[in-house]
Design a protein around this ligand. Structure first.
Ligand code: BG6
Length: 472
C-alpha cells in the first residue's frame, strides 16, 4: 500500500478503556434515527469497549422502564436487522438522568451518576459528551457542564473527556465565533469533535484516494480541463416532522453550509502534505477560504431559492414561511487552479429521488459541450464512480456515441456491511481520530461564504415546486 495515501482508520481498534457516552437530547429525533442505532451496531460488531455505558440526559421525566421502552421504540432499526437479544443487552447499558438543561443541580446529579458508574468499574472512565439537542441549548449546556466540573478529565490519556457537537455550529459567522470561544474555554481543540457526518461517508472519503492514487486525473484537475463541477444533494423525503427546527434553518444552512461545502472542499483542495487529520483539514480550509463572496449585486444572478408546495402547511412551519427547501448556487473558488470554473451547489427536499453526487465536466474538443467527458462520484445511493466517454459507432459510420465506465462499491464489498456514517463518527471520536470532523477554521471559512448570502438571500423570490419535482 502506498503509505502516503489515506489509510483506513476504521480498522484502528477502539481502546478497551471503560467509556461513558452522555447524550444530551437522548429522546430527540437524531438520537433515535442515527446515534442509538449506530451505537447498537458498533456494540454488535464488538467495536465498543467491553465496559461502556450510555447515559441519556433530557428534560422529560421517565421511570426506568418507560425510558427503556421509549428508547426501544425510538430506535429506527429495520425489522430483523439485529437480534432481539442483542438489542435487549444493549438497552441494559443505558440509563437516564432527567433534568432541565439550565439547572445546575441536574448536572450535579449527572456527576453523581457518572461517579457511581466509575466506582462500579473501579476505574476512571472516558467520557464522551454528545450535544444532540437543538443548537439553541448548546450554550447553556456548555456553561453548566463547565460549572459542574464534568468536563475535567479524571485521568491522563485514559479517562479523557471529549465533546461531540452537531451542526449547525452557530447561525452565522459571529455566533459561530462565540460558540467556538465557549468551546475553547472548556476544551482543547483535540477534545472537540464537530460532526459533519458527510465527511464520514465512505464514498466521500474515497474522493481523496481516487484523486491522489490515480495519476490519470490529477493533471486534468484544474481550470484548463474542467468546465464545471455540479454537486447535488437531492432528497426524496420532505422535512418530515422537523417543522419547527427546519423552518428556522432552511436548506442553505441545513446542508449547504456544511455537507455541500465539504464536498466542494474535497474536490477543490490541494494535495495535503500528508494524509493525516491536520494537513487534510488545512487544505480543506484553504479551498473554502478562496470561495468568492456573493453580494447583493450578484446574488440574483448566481442563486435560486425554492420551496415545495405544501411546505407552509407542514406542522410547526409558519403559514407564510419564506424558508427555502431548495437552493442552487453558482460558487467560484478564486485560486490559480479553479479561477473561472463554476461549482454549482444544488440541494432540495421532496425531490423526485434521493441522490447525492458530484459531476465534473471536462472540456471537450472544439468546446462541443455535448461531447464532454463527465466524471461522477455517486455518494449515495448505489455508491460508485463512473466516467462518460465517447466511442465510434461501429461500422461504416463516423458517428460517436457516449459510453460509461462504472465502478460500484457493491461489486467490491457488501455495502450493507459498511459502517454507517454515524458509526464511523462515533468510532473515530472514541479512537480520537479527527480527520473526518470539521475544525474551527473550516466552520468559519464556510460561514464566511454563507453569511453574506444569507444577508441578501431573502431578496430572491421563492420558486415554488411540486413535491417529487425532477428539477427546479
Ligand atoms: C442532515 C440534515 O444533516 O443531513 C437533514 O439536517 C438531511 O435535513 C440529512 O436529511 C441528510 O443526511 P443523509 O446521510 O441522510 O444523506
Amino acid at each position: 500500500m502506498n503509505p502516503t495515501l489515506p489509510q483506513n482508520p476504521a480498522d484502528a481498534p477502539v481502546p478497551n478503556v471503560p467509556t461513558i457516552f452522555i447524550i444530551f437530547g437522548v429522546t430527540g429525533d437524531l438520537a433515535g434515527r442515527k446515534l442509538l442505532p449506530s451505537l447498537l451496531s458498533l456494540y454488535v460488531k464488538k467495536q465498543l469497549p467491553s465496559k461502556f455505558a450510555i447515559v441519556g440526559f433530557s428534560r422529560r421525566p421517565f421511570t426506568r422502564e418507560e425510558f427503556r421502552q421509549l428508547m426501544r421504540d425510538n430506535m429506527k432499526i429495520k425489522h430483523g436487522q439485529f437480534r432481539e437479544e442483542d438489542v435487549k443487552h444493549f438497552l441494559d447499558h443505558m440509563s437516564y438522568e432527567q433534568g432541565n438543561f439550565d439547572i445546575p443541580e441536574a448536572y450535579d446529579r449527572l456527576a453523581e451518576k457518572l461517579d457511581l458508574i466509575d466506582k462500579g468499574w473501579k476505574q476512571c472512565s472516558n467520557k464522551l459528551f454528545h450535544l444532540a439537542t437543538p443548537p439553541s441549548f448548546y450554550e447553556v449546556i456548555l456553561d453548566r457542564l463547565a460549572e459542574s466540573g464534568l468536563t475535567i478529565p479524571c485521568g491522563g490519556d485514559l479517562g479523557w473527556t471529549r465533546i461531540l457537537i452537531e451542526k449547525p455550529f452557530g447561525n452565522d459567522t459571529d455566533t459561530a465565533k462565540l460558540l467556538d470561544k465557549k468551546l475553547a474555554k472548556l476544551f482543547k481543540e483535540e477534545q472537540i469533535f464537530r460532526i459533519d457526518h458527510y465527511l464520514a461517508k465512505e464514498a466521500l472519503q474515497n474522493i481523496l484516494t481516487f484523486r491522489f492514487a490515480n495519476s490519470l486525473f490529477e493533471p486534468l484537475w484544474n481550470r484548463d480541463f474542467v468546465d464545471k463541477v455540479h454537486i447535488k444533494l437531492f432528497e426524496k423525503i420532505d422535512i418530515e416532522d422537523r417543522g419547527p427546527l427546519y423552518d428556522n434553518v432552511g436548506a442553505l444552512k441545513d446542508v449547504g453550509q456544511n455537507h455541500m461545502l465539504q464536498m466542494l472542499a474535497l474536490i477543490a483542495m490541494e494535495k495535503p502534505a500528508s494524509f493525516e487529520a491536520g494537513p487534510i483539514r488545512k487544505e480543506r480550509v484553504k479551498a473554502l477560504s478562496k470561495l468568492r463572496q456573493i453580494t447583493a449585486r450578484t446574488v440574483s444572478a448566481t442563486c435560486v431559492r425554492g420551496q415545495y408546495e405544501g411546505y407552509m402547511k407542514e406542522r410547526g412551519v409558519r403559514p407564510d414561511s419564506q424558508t427555502e427547501t431548495f437552493f442552487r448556487i453558482e460558487a467560484h473558488v478564486d485560486n490559480a487552479r479553479w479561477k473561472g470554473v463554476p461549482f454549482f451547489l444544488e440541494s432540495g427536499k421532496a425531490m423526485f429521488e434521493s441522490r447525492v453526487e458530484i459531476d465534473m465536466y471536462f472540456s471537450a474538443e472544439d468546446s462541443d459541450i455535448e461531447r464532454q467527458n463527465v466524471l461522477t462520484f455517486r455518494i449515495q445511493p448505489d455508491e460508485g464512480i463512473k466516467i462518460r466517454f465517447w466511442v465510434k459507432t461501429p461500422g461504416y459510420s463516423n458517428e460517436v456515441e457516449p459510453k460509461t465506465m462504472k465502478f460500484r462499491y457493491s461489486e467490491m464489498t457488501d455495502t450493507a456491511a459498511l459502517p454507517d456514517a454515524y458509526e464511523r463518527v462515533l468510532h473515530d471520536a472514541v479512537v480520537g481520530d479527527q480527520t473526518l470532523f470539521a475544525d474551527t477554521d473550516e466552520v468559519l471559512a464556510a460561514w464566511k461564504f454563507i453569511t453574506p448570502i444569507m444577508n441578501v438571500w431573502r431578496s430572491i423570490p421563492l420558486t415554488f415546486y411540486k413535491k417529487g419535482a425532477k428539477e427546479v
